[in-house]
Design a protein around this ligand. Structure first.
Ligand SMILES: [Zn+2]
Length: 132
């Protein structure tokens, strides 16, 4: 089990999962927040403290739900658009987790935008394994 928190400590959560792969994403939001994430089933994520301090950001199709701390602004996790029964968790919020110990898979998120008339309706799956 991994425990995590935002920067100011208002939000604490736990993740009951073995982390064997990380993902990055090239959508406009993930690029700006420099996200590196792990995908976990919704049951695996538990908010231990600070649920009321979470703020929700939605854009584009409004299907994904991006949560961040309303005090310190740190992105903690999001309910995934392509897999709404899963969360993506900000691995840099996890305590004592070595982000270099696990391979990274790049997700092609930019092509999912509905602003593009030729956008794909389905997530095309992991694109390339860029290694660590
Ligand atoms: Zn915070």
């Amino acid at each position: 089990m991994h425990k995590g928190s935002c920067h100011c400590g208002a939000i604490h959560f736990s993740v009951e999962a073995t982390i064997s792969e990380l993902t990055t994403c090239d959508c406009s939001l993930c690029v700006k927040r420099n996200a590196r994430m792990v995908k976990v089933p919704e049951d695996a994520l538990t908010v231990l403290q600070g649920e009321a301090d979470l703020t929700l950001y939605q854009w584009n199709t409004h299907r994904a739900k991006h949560y961040f701390c309303r005090h310190c602004g740190i992105y903690v996790f999001h309910r995934k658009r392509a897999a709404p029964d899963h969360f993506g968790v900000n691995i840099f919020c996890l305590d004592d987790f070595d982000a270099t110990s696990v391979p990274i898979c790049a997700t092609e998120g930019a092509t999912m935008t509905v602003e593009d008339p030729n956008a794909r309706s389905e997530w095309p799956g992991p694109r390339v394994n860029t290694g660590t």
